[in-house]
Design a protein around this ligand. Structure first.
Ligand code: SAM
Ligand code: SF4
Ligand code: SF4
Length: 361
């Protein structure tokens, strides 16, 4: 479908972008702060004590988040993921979960967290209707864990968080996200897999990405999924599973011995922009159409303007629809070309990307 087609149908009709992709997922960064300092995301050198995070009034409040989510649902969003920064640092998060779960059209509300605060919040989150939890865990080796969480995280606390999530019986289950960096934690992957085989918890191995501008990303630090998969298959033979829906981020495999599933997120070696249906809302209310965006659209100004309820809804709906219809993002597919241009000194393409803790991972 083209832009002309979209505009003829108007803003109430679910928009498709310029590459024919619908809007289905909304990731909401509810908190730009974090209690970890993972060097691949929020390196301590930048995010030190003097770093200025958003103030409470600068962040969207729950009414504002709900309003954006409601309009996004009218335009086709069915899934919402709450993320950050560390989303569990946002006071009252279960209340937001409850409000989002109640929105017409929203079928699935999920959370990505570093897990430390989960034991405290799991019962309230479960009761509020949260369907799925993803906990990030990069190593079971305390030294490497400490290195990869910037010295702030506590491995026993994260494991306790995972246990609490498993015990709560979330409908959509519990997943682990493991970012794999060559020479840092790639050797720890089998330990993580061994721990969660036979537990029903799916581990998703994520290629280290060049998000933001501050992690000093180097392609040499990426372990391509194909290499990792071959290493794992020597220990436990794997069988490819079919995708459950178009645009599924992870390629899923099952252990041939029936011990469960494992996923590979290969955004660097095998980009999946072609089916990307995700928009992101930052903590301060900017809407981004790609994880690697260099600019977004300020919805907070609109939300805090003088329009009445109905007028505001219409403005939001029209704005979201217009932004999505104009979307052409396919950063991961273009990464190789961009990297070559940068290496050749082409300054024109060197634009600052939005940092991940702010835009939401
Ligand atoms: N603080 C929460 C957490 O760590 O789960 C939620 C936010 S975090 C930005 C969301 C996910 O992004 C985490 O699973 C994290 O491992 C992943 N992530 C952060 N930086 C990354 C990078 N450079 N490459 C790949 N994944 C990354
Ligand atoms: Fe915090 Fe998550 Fe980023 Fe680590 S990956 S610094 S836990 S936001
Ligand atoms: Fe989607 Fe952008 Fe990631 Fe491609 S690079 S999959 S468009 S978020």
């Amino acid at each position: 479908m083209d832009d002309d087609h979209n505009s003829r149908l108007g803003s109430h009709v679910p928009p498709v972008d310029r590459l024919g992709r619908p809007l289905r997922d909304l990731r909401i960064s509810v908190m730009d702060r974090c209690n970890f300092r993972c060097p691949y995301c929020m390196p301590e050198a930048t995010y030190h004590e003097g770093f200025r995070f958003l103030g409470p009034k600068e962040r969207l409040d729950f009414d504002e988040i709900e309003q954006v989510a409601r309009m996004a649902a009218e335009l086709g969003v069915t899934k919402i993921r709450l993320t950050g920064g560390e989303p569990l640092l946002r006071p009252g998060l279960p209340d937001l979960v409850r409000r989002l779960c109640a929105l017409p059209g929203i079928e699935d509300v999920a959370l990505t967290t570093n897990g430390v605060l989960l034991p405290r919040f799991v019962p309230a989150l479960r009761q509020a209707g949260l369907r799925r939890v993803t906990v990030s865990l990069d190593s079971l080796d305390p030294v490497i864990f400490a290195r990869m969480s910037g010295g702030r995280g506590s491995l026993p606390a994260v494991l306790e968080g995972i246990d609490a999530a498993c015990a709560a019986g979330f409908e959509g289950g519990v997943k682990i996200n493991t970012v794999v960096q060559r020479g840092v934690n790639d050797m720890d992957v089998p330990d993580i897999l061994a721990r969660f085989r036979h537990t029903g918890v799916t581990v998703r191995l994520i290629e280290y990405m060049d998000v933001g501008n501050r992690n000093g990303w180097d392609r040499a630090d990426v372990v391509p999924s194909s290499e990792l998969r071959a290493r794992i298959a020597e220990l436990w033979p794997l069988e490819l599973l079919p995708p459950r829906y178009r645009g599924e981020v992870a390629r899923r495999y099952r252990y041939a011995d029936g011990a469960g599933e494992i996923g590979f997120v290969s955004s660097v070696s095998a980009p999946f922009c072609g089916a990307c249906s995700r928009a992101r809302l930052s903590s301060d209310g900017k809407l981004y159409t790609c994880l690697f965006a260099t600019s977004g659209t300020d919805l907070r100004a609109l939300l805090r303007g003088n329009a009445g309820d109905a007028e505001m809804d219409e403005q939001l709906r029209t704005t979201l629809s217009r932004i999505w219809r104009q979307r052409t993002d396919r950063y991961s597919e273009e990464r190789t070309r961009q990297s070559a241009l940068l290496a050749s000194g082409e300054q024109a393409v060197r634009q600052e990307k939005i940092e991940m803790h702010y835009i939401g991972g």
